[in-house]
Design a protein around this ligand. Structure first.
Ligand SMILES: [Zn+2]
Length: 342
């Protein structure tokens, strides 16, 4: 069944080069068919697109409380991952985003888990309720359990020894094990000497930022590359001006990517002067870290265009397999609004 066809002169279907003329058939907001326009059923309503068709784009690290999420949807970003917000505002927004065609789909961690007085509780920007302070393994496990009714996409833990106390290893392991019992990965903000190693050793498998406070050892880079996803957020350092922190993060990410690690595009949107679109400077930084344009496409799209996935469709005005900067001029063609999509 096809309700509607989206037709473009070219599309990115996951390969190193663009595919030629492509039609994507959508049925009840799910992709139900892909093929050449000439092979598509003739009687179905169709929309001809200017530009090159891509899957919807994802920013894997945002703070929706500090931005207007609707601005991102206009710019081709059909999914946002919120990595820290206040429950009273965040969970209703997540729910609304499932059915609201004007909002990107928002997936969220909920509040940070942190040590009493730990990051970000002492930050000027941190509103009340943004963190659950945990003071031992039982308290850490209970905090995870308390979030389960909201179906968090991940659990966010702050391990920032430069901004206050951090949870101990036993508490960290209790958080990771409790989350794992429910199939939920844990994402850590690591900052300060040794914190990335602690996260890895506790079983944390997503880093919310490329580590920037120290050069990681070769052993840790290799262990992370085998097991862990790093969300890039390179442009938070200097916003276009070179800094020592940016250099350290770039070198760590370059080595991680070269060792086969999985990189995801993420900006920490809401933190500092970042554009309300795909950040062209983040894309440049990913290129500097050794990602090819096609690597960047894989890092910024959550699933390829294929039958059975939600019909999130984006278009860009130039070939992103040779010019990844085109991503900053993306527009959303269609955002799937389906019950049951998380
Ligand atoms: Zn953040």
């Amino acid at each position: 069944m096809i309700d509607h066809l989206f037709v473009a002169d070219a599309a990115w279907l996951g390969a190193d080069d663009l595919a030629g003329p492509t039609a994507v058939g959508v049925c009840r907001d799910e992709i139900s068919w892909i093929g050449p326009p000439s092979a598509a059923p003739p009687a179905v309503p169709r929309t001809h697109l200017d530009g090159i068709l891509l899957p919807g784009l994802t920013d894997h690290h945002v703070h929706t409380a500090l931005i207007d999420p609707a601005e991102l949807l206009v710019a081709g970003v059909t999914t946002l991952v919120d990595l820290g917000g206040t429950p009273d505002d965040l969970w209703p927004l997540v729910e609304r985003s499932r059915n609201d065609p004007d909002l990107p789909r928002i997936r969220a961690a909920g509040p940070f888990l942190t040590a009493p007085g730990g990051y970000p509780t002492q930050q000027d920007w941190a509103p009340a309720g943004i963190a659950l302070e945990v003071d031992g393994p039982h308290s850490g496990a209970a905090a995870v359990e308390s979030l389960l009714p909201h179906e968090p996409i991940t659990i966010k833990v702050a391990l920032n020894s430069e901004a206050g106390p951090v949870v101990d290893d036993a508490t960290l392991r209790a958080i990771v094990h409790t989350a794992a019992d429910h199939g939920i990965p844990v994402t850590a903000h690591t900052q300060g000497p040794g914190q990335t190693l602690r996260a890895y050793q506790a079983g944390i498998r997503v880093l919310a930022h490329t580590p920037w406070t120290e050069t990681l050892t070769d052993d840790l880079i290799n262990d992370l590359a085998r097991s862990t996803t790093i969300i890039s957020t390179l442009d938070i350092h200097g916003w276009g001006t070179p800094t020592h922190e940016r250099d350290t993060a770039l070198r760590n990410l370059h080595r991680f990517h070269a060792a086969g690690g999985t990189v995801r595009y993420g900006t920490d949107l809401g933190n500092g002067p970042l554009p309300r679109a795909v950040n062209a400077r983040e894309v440049v930084a990913l290129t500097e870290a050794g990602l090819t344009p096609v690597d960047i496409l894989h890092a910024i799209t959550s699933s390829l265009l294929r039958p059975g996935v939600p019909a999130d469709l984006t278009a860009v005005p130039a070939d992103p397999t040779t010019n990844p900067g085109a991503l900053s001029r993306a527009i959303t063609i269609h955002k799937a609004v389906m019950r049951g999509i998380r």
